[in-house]
Design a binder for this molecule. Structure first.
Ligand code: PMP
Length: 438
């Protein structure tokens, strides 16, 4: 029978030891180090469909999906072929191409806030949010921004306050090296609390340039917006002349083809994209209202640039991914399959008396080790993190690769079939039983 124990074996351990000599913490992004769950991370050799193969030869069901992009599963043949074809014509020109025009038009056609507007390509989600905020500040002539506690929008200075994701996982919700001045204009509010946003506007009258928000939070674990929350943000921004920015780096093309804004019917002024838009290659994008986007250089006075922005390989991967999503319309089936998984997990947790609060929006989900509802970062932090760590390790030992942090979402893909779900539920049943024994 195939090896499914995904815990680091001899080879991964040796590689991790080597890695630590030349790379800080042995990883190129902090959460990959498994600091919150203990043990060494397995090194990944290959990924296909819903499975990862580790350097130790284990085959795992993957719910990280390269942190969101892999909605079609890994190494989708058409996406890989498009990238190979593009590569043969040159890796990067740093000049205008026909494919990026097609890509921009496809993105603008799919994302409601960009219909009739414009989009600019960058190379990461971090660049997208950083650029959108500069633009919002340039457009309004105001400096202050509002963000949520536990919201993660990349690692730009002004956004590294009470940040979620790796910053939350490692217990460093800020960062050394961020000058106090850089975050002085960042106003914090709890997620899902409209009164707090109203109060922030009152306290900073005519000074708020923008609200930046994950419309479905994904970096405190998956936390849906309360009914009316996004509509309320829209109203407050209109009332106070602030730019509403949806950071849909995680939710874009995932919680619906048109993202959270399509799912909830609330249209922001600007939208940030990443992850799925690049189909696994480094791509980010920001765009929206034409009158705002017209302020971006070379049309306007807000500077933003990138040597590799819109490079042909990234565009090929992104374009092909979006084309497949548009043609195959998998979102309804994805949601149904994810619901089956989440219901199965909740049922097994209950069977073994494990306190567990499941959340799900489309093919994005979390399970918090606590009872009661989870509507914000405080609630998420009320989870039993030790229990989560054990859950993670034991699921990995049984062939299920989950994000190594309570403060991350899980991602389902079109490549996850009934067998993968069953494998996951069988593992969960055994692990919940183990956890119940203490
Ligand atoms: N915004 C959100 C909502 C994210 O989830 C992330 C990354 N997880 C980012 C921004 C930053 O994107 P990147 O890691 O590509 O810079």
């Amino acid at each position: 029978s195939p090896n499914i124990d995904g815990r680091a074996g001899e080879r991964s351990k040796a590689l991790f030891a080597d890695a630590q000599r030349s790379i800080p913490g042995g990883v190129n992004s902090p959460v990959r180090a498994f600091a919150a769950v203990g043990g060494e991370p397995p090194f990944i050799k290959q990924a296909r469909g819903c499975e990862l193969v580790t350097e130790d030869g284990a085959t795992l069901v993957d719910y990280v999906g390269t942190w969101g992009p892999a909605i079609l599963g890994h190494a989708h043949p058409e996406v890989v072929e498009a990238v190979c074809q593009a590569a043969r014509d040159g890796l990067s020109f740093g000049a205008a191409t026909a494919a990026e025009v097609e890509f921009a038009e496809r993105i603008c056609g799919l994302v409601p806030s960009m219909v009739g507007g414009m989009v600019r390509l960058v190379s990461s989600g971090t660049e997208a949010t950083m650029s959108a905020l500069r633009l919002a500040r340039g457009f309004t002539g105001r400096n202050k921004i509002i963000k949520c506690e536990g919201g993660y929008h990349g690692h730009a200075d002004m956004l590294l306050v009470a940040a979620g994701s790796g910053a939350a996982t490692l217990g460093i919700p800020g960062s050394a090296g961020v000058p106090a001045d850089a975050v002085r204009d960042t106003v914090l509010v709890p997620f899902n609390d409209l009164d707090a946003v109203g109060a922030a506007f009152e306290a900073n009258a005519d000074e708020i340039a923008a609200i930046i928000i994950e419309p479905v939070a994904g970096n405190m674990g998956c936390v849906p917006p309360r009914p009316g929350y996004l509509e309320g943000l829209r109203q407050l921004c209109d009332q106070h002349g602030a730019v509403l920015i949806f950071d849909e780096v995680m939710t874009g093309f995932r919680v619906a083809l048109g993202g959270a804004q399509a799912r909830y019917g609330v249209i922001p002024d600007l939208t940030c994209l990443g992850k799925i838009v690049g189909g696994g290659m480094p791509v980010g994008a920001y765009g929206g209202r034409r009158d705002i986007m017209e302020k971006v250089a070379p049309l306007g006075p807000v500077y933003q640039a990138g040597t590799l922005s819109g490079n042909p390989l990234s565009v090929a991967a992104g374009l092909t991914t979006l084309r497949i999503l548009e043609q195959e319309e998998p979102h309804e089936a994805l949601e149904a399959a994810t619901t089956t998984l989440c219901a199965g997990l909740a049922e097994r947790a209950a069977k073994h008396g494990i306190a567990w609060t499941g959340t799900q929006v489309g093919p994005m989900f979390s399970g918090f080790f606590r009872s009661g509802e989870v509507w914000n970062y405080e609630d998420a932090k009320g989870s039993d993190l030790e229990r989560f760590a054990r859950w993670h390790t034991e699921m990995l030992a049984r062939g299920v690769y989950l994000a190594p942090s309570q403060f991350e979402a899980g991602f389902f893909s079109t490549a996850h079939d009934a067998a993968a779900v069953q494998r996951t539920l069988d593992a969960a049943d055994a692990v919940f039983e183990l956890l119940a024994k203490g």
